[in-house]
Design a protein around this ligand. Structure first.
Ligand code: HEC
Length: 130
């Protein structure tokens, strides 16, 4: 009987030990700083998501404002009526002109690091409410 009791006690201890190891791992996961539970590749994705595309307003303030903010070289100002005939020709034409350049409007509006989506967002910001 003593042997059986010992065996049962060992078994219970073993089960208990396993369970507590699992709990420790769970706990470690829960209290780990977010970055540590990602492998290197996943971390890069997280960083890209965190910065994300710039807003139209940010792009405008960073690049377009130099001309469109002041009307330099007859660049249409945000919200101005002079956007109306440009809007009438279609958004795709305005986007193409912004990407490739158009008269005194430089290609990509001088924003070398902008994506086409960010340029489109900046256009939408400038024509908002026109
Ligand atoms: C160096 C000055 C300058 C900068 C910087 C600039 N633009 Fe322009 N932009 C112009 C001028 C000038 C025009 C008018 C061109 C014309 O109609 O002959 C223009 C016109 C436009 C048009 C109208 C195109 C059309 O089809 O009528 C869009 C859209 C535009 N700009 C977007 C942008 C965006 C977006 C940025 C910033 C990422 C930007 N521009 C930065 C000078 C500038």
């Amino acid at each position: 009987m003593k042997k059986l009791t010992f065996a049962l006690a060992s078994l219970l201890l073993a089960v208990g030990a396993t369970a507590s190891t699992d709990n420790n791992e769970e706990l470690a996961k829960r209290i780990a700083p977010v970055g540590q539970i990602y492998v290197a590749g996943e971390q890069a994705d997280v960083a890209a998501e965190a910065s994300g595309p710039r807003s139209g307003e940010d792009v405008y303030k960073g690049a377009c404002i130099a001309c469109h903010g002041t009307g330099a070289l007859d660049a249409p100002k945000p919200g101005a009526d002079s956007w109306k005939p440009r809007i009438a020709q279609g958004f795709d034409v305005m986007l193409k002109h912004s990407i490739e350049g158009f008269n005194n409007m430089p290609a990509m509006g001088t924003c070398a690091t902008c994506s086409e989506d960010e340029i489109a967002a900046a256009i939408r910001f400038m024509i908002d409410g026109v």
